[in-house]
Design a protein around this ligand. Structure first.
Ligand code: HEM
Length: 410
């Protein structure tokens, strides 16, 4: 008898634009990792590695380019990042710059934004989480994303940057619109709203940076103004672009870490009970959340010269989109990779990337999750999934997170 095997998944079937992938990505990723570990995706014009070691080799390889302008014009990566922006008008933030420009900007930014600046703000991070949880007191059910995980990092970064409290609502609105970035399927209305919000944010930060040049305060914008390395400083334009990047790169992702992490706990009551009983496990549990269900599903690089990845040859000029999502569940790296285990001894992950572009916000993201999740569990001892509401997944290719997570408090 002849059995026909289903074709390997490819193209949009490997992105959250596909509903089945958004809900159950690992069925497809496991198959690809086993049968075609450095998949050549002709539809999206990219190579798609899924093994932990190959993904790590890509993100740590400093000879690859992170600049989407170097990608073929018909590649999904370039279309997703540049959208309709003509290449000559595109102004990359550090995320999409190569050295020496990348090294220069990153060096200056990390003088102002680093582990020390995050440690200094920890008490305020706790206070912001507590205020949001206070507002939920007495509620029988709520959407954890809309009412806690989404506003929380926005308020924290706004305070860090030094956004005036009176501007917070406008600021939140502009920041929310950023969710449409990296969505190649956005409607013309969404594109217009996005461009408008991005411009307003840029103008806001330009004015703020100019104001801080005249009158320094104790905030991150002032620290960016003051940052200096061998006589070099950031221009006002570079500061405004960086502030916008901190919002885009930091808010959605931290929301997703909290949302995905709480979902994993509520789906694994034994692990939830363990964490409640042993709060010293929280830092390890957060690393396990990052391995098990990372907020950034993939990241792309462009080969400048031919290279071999696993057994596959990649020609110069081709895009490599490394699956951070697949890497965390590689059975060659982790035993029982699909088990969520807050006590796991080896939680190695690439959720924050690696190498030259390693996430600048990792200390802040970790602090936020380590503070917010235990506080939420403490406030709601009976927290559980709302059985009457479906879990909604985001449908944006680069991100892996929840649109809504309805919970019950008793
Ligand atoms: C759980 C939350 C977060 C995750 C999973 C995450 C993930 C990542 C990843 C994977 C990269 C590297 C991308 C690449 O190699 O192409 C990255 C870079 C970056 N992240 Fe995060 N991030 C998070 C939170 C934050 C926060 C809170 C901030 C700042 C407020 C931030 C700011 C940045 C910046 C500025 C870069 C660019 C670094 C560079 O290009 O040198 N991230 N992040």
């Amino acid at each position: 008898m002849i059995t026909t095997r289903e074709a390997l998944p490819t193209g949009l079937q490997l992105t959250a634009l596909d509903a089945a992938f958004a809900e159950h990505p690992h069925d497809r990723l496991d198959r690809l990792r086993a049968e075609d570990p450095v998949h050549r995706d002709l539809r999206l014009r990219q190579f798609f590695p899924t093994r932990f070691d190959d993904v790590k080799a890509v993100v740590f390889n400093r000879s690859l380019s992170a600049d989407p302008r170097n990608a073929p014009p018909d590649s999904f990566h370039r279309r997703a990042v540049l959208g309709n922006t003509p290449v000559e008008d595109y102004e990359p933030t550090m995320l999409f710059l190569d050295d020496p420009d990348h090294k220069r900007i990153r060096g200056l930014v990390t003088r102002a934004f680093n582990q020390q600046s995050v440690d200094a703000i920890r008490p305020r991070v706790r206070a912001v989480a507590e205020e949001l949880l206070d507002a939920l007191r007495g509620r029988e059910s709520f959407d954890l994303i809309a009412e806690f995980a989404a506003p929380f990092p926005i308020i924290v970064i706004a305070e860090m940057l030094g956004v005036d409290p009176g501007d917070l609502d406008r600021f939140k609105q502009w920041s929310d619109t950023g969710a449409q970035l990296f969505n190649p399927a956005r409607t013309p209305e969404q594109s217009a709203a996005l461009a408008d919000a991005q411009q307003r944010l840029f103008d806001y930060f330009t004015r703020a940076a100019d104001a801080r040049r005249r009158d320094r305060r104790d905030d991150l914008i002032s620290a960016l103004v003051a940052a200096e390395e061998t006589g070099d400083r950031l221009t006002t334009r570079e500061i405004a672009l960086t502030c916008k990047l901190l919002l885009v790169a930091g808010n959605l992702t931290t929301t997703d870490l909290i949302g995905n992490g709480v979902l994993a706990l509520l789906r694994h009551p034994d692990q939830l009970a363990l964490l409640r009983a042993r709060p010293e496990l929280v830092p390890n549990a957060v690393e396990e959340m990052l391995r098990y269900d990372p907020p950034v599903s993939q990241t792309s690089r462009i080969a400048r010269e031919p290279l071999t990845l696993g057994e596959t040859r990649v020609e110069a000029g081709e895009v490599i989109t490394a699956s951070l999502l697949a890497a965390g569940r590689d059975p060659a790296k982790h035993t029982c990779p699909h088990r969520f285990d807050v006590e796991r001894a080896d939680t190695s992950h690439v959720a924050f990337g690696g190498g030259g572009h390693y996430c600048v916000g990792a200390p802040l993201a970790r602090a936020e999750a380590q503070i917010a999740i235990p506080l939420l569990l403490e406030r709601f001892p009976g927290l559980r999934l709302d059985p009457d509401r479906a879990i909604e997944h985001k449908r944006v290719p680069m991100f892996n997170g929840l649109e809504a997570l309805w919970v019950r408090t008793g």
